[in-house]
Design a protein around this ligand. Structure first.
Ligand code: HEM
Length: 368
């Protein structure tokens, strides 16, 4: 079966093997009534549990009301559909819902990083839903129906879609490549280990806001990649930029994709192997901060002024604390060789809830 359970200790869509498609949707809450917000979260819970199990949302034979389910996923499999919910700092602002005292200290606006060129239209949001599946129509059906259920209570602030090579196209199941042609995801921490998960990925009850236990912080960055500039760059320089070989994905100076990144083994025959300003070297640092990257590529048509494609990385990372992202991004903004080829256009931070239990609802610990 290609169903991923909606209920569990952690929300789905974090440890779930990466699906072919992503749709991120950020909502702003329009109501000031706590009971209306909770009621929506309950209705979303029911809907998500059904959709993840490839069940229709309800009846379509009433004489008096439109069908409960919009129908375009009729007969389609769940396609590993997952939902991951979280809330932004703005949900706590003004204490509209009586939860201001529960805002985790770390859930606040990310600092402005050097070189940021953020656009409001890709940033912020009271609530986030990450929808992933292996089928784009299944994803759209979910997006549409969550939005429909939320009408009058929430309003879409922004939505962004991303893709990868499909699993069907890659029989080897290797690390997917980004739009610069490099394998992306190699250096992710080994999350099969409990210890690693608890240290780097999931919020622990002693971190200060017990309601967020088994949750995690989600960072979304819309990063435009300047394809024309990159495409005029010779392979050797591209490889120095990432600090990795394009073909194998191995760190320069090694031949194995998964060889460890060892900054002290940087020279061979007197030549620098892994440039100190390469993206891999700078992001790695001393490997003290680690995060789970679960990014996708995006494309958004053509820039009407320049005629260039607007495409890049929908950077998605999960981490126990936003500080992990902040520390790495500060280093990257200061000295990453990749900066010449990219521009950060959007930014958002969310606290994703712990897993949802049967009988409970999305975010219930926050409202308990
Ligand atoms: C590694 C691409 C932005 C954090 C990598 C690698 C590639 C890559 C190809 C090497 C393979 C791998 O380990 O996955 C990109 C591109 C970006 C981008 C194209 C922007 C368009 C970022 C940002 C962050 C980040 C914004 C976090 C602030 C990392 C980390 C690693 C990594 C932590 C692993 C380093 C290690 O080996 O320990 N990235 N990245 N990247 N990137 Fe990025």
């Amino acid at each position: 079966t290609d169903q991923v359970p909606f209920y569990g200790t952690y929300q789905a869509g974090i440890l779930t093997p990466v699906q072919n498609h992503i749709q991120l949707v950020a909502f702003d809450v329009q109501t000031d009534r706590r009971d209306e917000l909770i009621d929506l979260l309950r209705r979303w819970t029911r809907a998500c549990a059904r959709l993840a199990a490839s069940l229709s949302l309800g009846e379509s034979d009433s004489q008096y009301v439109p069908p409960e389910d919009t129908g375009e996923a009729e007969g389609l499999s769940a396609s590993h559909l997952t939902f991951t919910f979280g809330c932004g700092a703005s949900l706590f602002a003004g204490d509209r819902f009586g939860i201001a005292h529960k805002r985790p200290a770390a859930l606040r606006d990310l600092p402005t990083f050097d070189l940021d060129q953020l656009d409001d239209k890709w940033s912020g949001g009271d609530l986030i839903v990450q929808i992933c599946a292996d089928d784009q129509q299944v994803v759209f059906h979910a997006l549409r129906n969550l939005t429909r259920i939320g009408r009058g209570i929430v309003k879409i602030r922004w939505t962004q879609a991303g893709f990868q090579r499909s699993k069907a196209a890659d029989a080897t199941g290797g690390t997917p490549r980004n739009l610069f042609g490099f394998k992306d995801g190699t250096g992710n921490p080994d999350l099969t280990k409990d210890k690693v998960r608890n240290k780097h990925l999931f919020y622990q009850w002693q971190d200060g806001s017990p309601w967020l236990t088994n949750g995690t912080f989600l960072v979304v960055r819309r990063i435009q990649m300047h394809l024309e500039v990159w495409d005029r760059t010779i392979l050797k320089e591209q490889e120095r930029t990432f600090g990795r070989e394009r073909a194998s994905g191995a760190p320069l100076g090694s031949t194995n994709e998964f060889a460890s990144v060892t900054p002290d083994q940087r020279t061979l025959h007197g030549e620098t192997q892994l440039p100190a300003d390469s993206h891999t070297a700078v992001a790695h640092g001393t490997s003290k901060e680690q995060l789970l990257r679960r990014s996708y590529s995006y494309q958004a048509g053509v820039n009407e002024t320049t005629g260039a494609l607007d495409a890049g990385l929908l950077f998605v990372s999960f981490q126990r604390s936003p500080d992990q992202f902040i520390t790495i991004q500060k280093r990257l903004a200061a000295s990453d060789r990749l900066n010449e080829y990219i521009t950060h256009r959007g930014s958002a931070l969310f606290a994703c809830f712990g897993g949802i239990q049967k009988g409970g609802y999305i975010g219930d610990a926050l409202f308990a």
